[in-house]
Structures are given as structure tokens and as C-alpha cells.
Design a protein around this ligand. Structure first.
Ligand code: SF4
Length: 145
């Protein structure tokens, strides 16, 4: 019963920590847009938190380069498990324009397990909201909660 309660509570109040790897900032601005009255994702229980230690979801924007990789791994290690990881935008998913750069460390899912992919450059709000739905679905499927 406790497991069911915990899962239910999580699915209704996802706490999200935004990991800004090395984006152009456009993805980050779009995330802030989601919190404005027009989209207001907080009404679905989604909350941006200031520490990975309080997070259920890591939302990673930007290209993972060799300098930032260690920090992304450390943030992932600090996040209580089980947690979900969302790759937000083409840079985090594939490297996009920077795929041939000397500094590119590979797509995010080469380094940590990614549960949700939110495509676009930057992703549209509708894609982000769909990503939230996918995250909640995934959370409901987790058996070890
Ligand atoms: S996916 Fe596009 S908008 Fe997002 S950080 Fe990369 S270049 Fe910028």
C-alpha cells in the first residue's frame, strides 16, 4: 500500500531539477515559458527545485561536452534513485550542430540512462507537455518504487 501511495504522490508532483549542460540558452528560456500563466505546468504538480537531492526528474539541456560531462555525472549521482532523466532538445539528444566538435563528449544517453526524449531546437511547449506525460507514464511503470 505504501508503495502505491508513493508512486501516486510522485506521479502527481514531479519535482524537476534543470541541468544546464552547455546550451545556447534557448532551451532554458522555453522551460521558463512553461511556468508562465499561458502554460502553467505547475498546475500539474510539476515544480522546478533548486537541488538534485530533492528531484525526481533531471531535465538536461544543451550539448554534453568534455568539460561539463563530469558535472552532469555528479548531479546524476546526487539524485535519489529511482529518478527519471529527460533529454531536452536536439543538443542533449544527439549533439545536433556540435556533433563533429572536438569537445563533444557524445549524446546524453551514452553517459546516463535517459527515460524521456523531448525533441526540437528548442522543443515547442506542446512537445514539453507531452514529455511530462511520458515521464508520468514511465514513472507509473517503475516497479521498484
Ligand atoms: S537544442 Fe537548439 S535551442 Fe536547445 S540548446 Fe541546442 S541549439 Fe540551443
Amino acid at each position: 500500500m505504501l508503495k502505491g501511495l508513493k508512486k501516486g504522490a510522485l506521479a502527481r508532483s514531479l519535482w524537476v531539477y534543470h541541468v544546464s549542460a552547455s546550451p545556447c540558452n534557448n532551451c532554458d528560456i522555453e522551460i521558463l515559458d512553461l511556468l508562465t500563466p499561458r502554460f502553467d505546468v505547475e498546475r500539474f504538480g510539476l515544480l522546478l527545485v533548486g537541488s538534485p537531492r530533492h528531484a525526481d526528474v533531471l531535465l538536461v539541456t544543451g550539448v554534453v561536452n568534455k568539460k561539463v560531462l563530469d558535472r552532469v555525472l555528479r548531479v546524476y549521482a546526487q539524485t535519489p534513485k529511482p529518478c527519471l532523466v529527460a533529454a531536452f532538445g536536439s543538443c542533449a539528444i544527439s549533439g545536433d550542430l556540435f556533433v563533429d566538435s572536438y569537445n563533444f563528449a557524445g549524446p546524453l544517453d551514452k553517459h546516463i540512462p535517459v527515460d524521456v526524449y523531448i525533441g526540437g531546437c528548442p522543443p515547442k511547449p506542446e512537445a514539453m507537455i507531452l514529455g511530462v506525460v511520458r515521464a508520468i507514464e514511465k514513472l507509473n511503470k517503475l516497479k521498484d518504487l
